[in-house]
Every structure is written in structure tokens, then in C-alpha cells.
Design a protein around this ligand. Structure first.
Ligand SMILES: [Ca+2]
Ligand SMILES: [Ca+2]
Length: 209
């Protein structure tokens, strides 16, 4: 049984449009510093920006994330992300279960978002802000997910409006597909495409994102 990867958005991480980049390029670290800044986020150019968005509690909630993504112009000419999509984004990467987004989670989100945006723009060539159902199917397949045509149809129907898929819904779909696949794969120790779920575990996996 082939397992999905998340290919298609490797490579260097471009900064989102309008995103402030204090401290110059990401690669400019002092000599002798460990790759990845050795666990000192203060040395990371995105740290100051994260702190400003996160506010007093030092973490980013759904409202803060929505404001940040709107203000930094990430959506560009596309409609801003709904609060619900922002909630899903936070839940997807909430590894420490705080219900909010810490610094490393925030950085992971931007890496993923950049990939999905590039993917979406590749299909939305006339910049209408939407992609066609068959393009959505191609996008999901190109990300490496191996699902049946039936599953694909169901997913696309769920995330369409008037027969087309908007950027916000596209991202919401990608976020959910990735999170559920991650959750499943983590339990599929033999990587065989089959898992036995306890009811409570299943509910946690699906209802918390
Ligand atoms: Ca906050
Ligand atoms: Ca968190």
C-alpha cells in the first residue's frame, strides 16, 4: 500500500508577501552558531515578528493569526482566511496541545502555507481566486496523497462553493488532509494503511482539528 508523502513543496522557504524580515536574510547567523539557531529563538529573524503578533501570552490564537495573515498580505488578492480556517491551522500544528501557536509551530505553518499557496497559484493561472474541481484533484494527487477517486470526489464536494474551490477552502482542505494523514500514519506503525482505532482516540483525532 503506497503511503502519501507531502512532496511538492520542498526547497527553500520564501517569505510571504509583505512579511517583515528584521535582521536580514535567514541565513545570516553569527559564525559558530548552530544550524537552526541552536534553540535560541531570539536569534531568529522571525522571532520579533512572532512576539509582536503573539502579544502578552507569548502564543498566537486564531484571532491573532487571522489578523497577522491579513495584515502581512499573505492572501494577496485572495479573500482573507476565515477564523475557522485559522483554527484548523493552529490545531494542525499544536504539538504541545496548548490550543495556541508557539514559535516553532508558527514557523512550520508558514512553510506549509507557502507551499500550498504556490500550488494553488499554479492552478489558478487567471487569478480568479478559484480552482476547478479537476484541478483540485490534481493538486491533491501531486501532493502525494493516494486516495480513491471516490474519496477525492467527496473531499472536493465538501470544499467547493458553486462548483469551484476558493483559496481559503483549498488551504483548509490541505491542512485537514495533512493533519488526519499525520495522525493516521503515526498510529500505523507498520505503514500498511490500516489502523485499529479506539473510539475515544478516533474522536480526538478528528474532532480536535
Ligand atoms: Ca496571544
Ligand atoms: Ca501550541
Amino acid at each position: 500500500m503506497a503511503y502519501p508523502g507531502y512532496g511538492g513543496y520542498g526547497g527553500p522557504m520564501p517569505m510571504p508577501g509583505g512579511m517583515p524580515m528584521p535582521g536580514g536574510p535567514m541565513g545570516a547567523q553569527p559564525p559558530g552558531a548552530f544550524p537552526g539557531y541552536g534553540g535560541f529563538p531570539e536569534n531568529d529573524p522571525m522571532w520579533g515578528y512572532f512576539r509582536a503578533v503573539a502579544g502578552q501570552d507569548g502564543e498566537i490564537d486564531a484571532e491573532e493569526l487571522q489578523r497577522c495573515l491579513t495584515q502581512c498580505g499573505f492572501s494577496g488578492s485572495y479573500a482573507p482566511f476565515s477564523l475557522e480556517t485559522c483554527r484548523v491551522m493552529i490545531a494542525m500544528l499544536d504539538r504541545d496541545f496548548t490550543g495556541k501557536m508557539g514559535f516553532s509551530e508558527f514557523k512550520d505553518l508558514f512553510t506549509a502555507l507557502n507551499g500550498w499557496k504556490q500550488n494553488f497559484m499554479m492552478f489558478d493561472q487567471d487569478r480568479s481566486g478559484t480552482v476547478e474541481p479537476h484541478e483540485m484533484a490534481q493538486a491533491i494527487t501531486s501532493m502525494g496523497y493516494r486516495v480513491s477517486p471516490q474519496a477525492l470526489n467527496g473531499i472536493i464536494k465538501r470544499y467547493s462553493k458553486g462548483g469551484r474551490i476558493f483559496f481559503d477552502d483549498y488551504v483548509a482542505c490541505c491542512v485537514k488532509l495533512r493533519t488526519l494523514t499525520d495522525n493516521f500514519r503515526r498510529r500505523d506503525v507498520m505503514q500498511q494503511g490500516t489502523v485499529n482505532f479506539q473510539y475515544d482516540d478516533f474522536i480526538q483525532c478528528t474532532m480536535t482539528i
